[in-house]
Design a protein around this ligand. Structure first.
Ligand SMILES: Nc1ncnc2c1ncn2[C@@H]1O[C@H](COP(=O)(O)OP(=O)(O)O)[C@@H](O)[C@H]1O
Ligand SMILES: [Mg+2]
Length: 221
């Protein structure tokens, strides 16, 4: 179970007032489920995902994943939890440019503490249909291929939760469809809970549930 309770996030602003980006967000999601987070730009979607990921602390409220309250973990335990239990996919791929596809995924496997990082990385890349691109650098790959490397990195440790922030946002329609189908397959095959931020109504429709944020508040779902 993923449980967000009363999540409020404020940032300091130059004028001295506090900027409220999320206001009292509650969410419960059962393990193995999928949810789309929708909403206009600036509504707080990425901030919410960052909080779910433990990358940011909420100002108020709690995040609980599989019975673990992220706010109660030490910095070190939180890093370990993230590496083992969560995978991330971002719109801009975030690959290391001077490392090959295989190295990018292997580094992820090492951070997660896998026993055979190289072998796991090869398997993950085969899974996203890139077994013939292992030695390519990100600059030598298409956008869709880069995103598939990022997905391989995200799933290499078979995380319980896959958090995706507009993963198809910078891809052409054909590649976007392929990446999305791949995410759905992985979600189903690995039983990974899928949290997907997207503007695309067609993609949202294929999730179990949808929630909509506006100005930091849940307005639907
Ligand atoms: N680190 C930060 N410091 C100050 N304001 C931020 C920070 N991160 C996000 N914001 C503000 O929070 C609001 C929501 O941002 P974000 O979560 O990125 O929205 P979305 O992903 O829905 O487009 C925006 O107005 C943004 O400017
Ligand atoms: Mg965003």
């Amino acid at each position: 179970m993923i449980r967000l309770s009363g999540i409020t996030k404020e940032f300091p602003s130059p004028s001295g007032e506090r900027l409220r980006v999320l206001v009292g967000v509650d969410l419960e999601l059962s393990e193995g489920g999928s949810i789309a987070i929708q909403g206009p730009s600036g509504s707080g979607k990425s901030t919410l995902l960052g909080i779910l990921a433990g990358l940011e602390q909420p100002t108020l409220g709690t995040v609980e994943i599989s019975g673990v309250n992220l706010g109660e973990l030490s910095e070190r335990d939180l890093a370990k939890f993230r590496a083992r239990k969560q995978g991330f996919v971002f719109q801009a791929f975030h690959l290391l440019q001077h490392f090959s596809a295989l190295q990018n995924v292997t580094i992820g496997a090492e951070i997660a503490g896998l026993k055979e990082p190289l072998r796991s990385a090869r398997e993950a890349l085969a899974r996203v249909d890139l077994a013939d691109r292992l030695e390519h650098l990100p600059g030598q790959l298409s956008g869709g291929e880069c995103q598939r490397v990022a997905i391989a990195r995200a799933i290499v440790a078979r995380p319980a939760v896959l958090l995706c922030d507009e993963p198809t946002g910078s891809l052409d329609p054909a590649n976007a469809a392929r990446v999305f189908d791949l995410l759905l397959d992985l979600h189903q095959d690995l039983g990974t809970t899928l949290v997907l931020v997207t503007h695309d109504p067609a993609l949202s429709a294929r999730m179990d549930r949808r929630m909509r944020l506006e100005r930091g508040r849940v307005v639907e779902g």
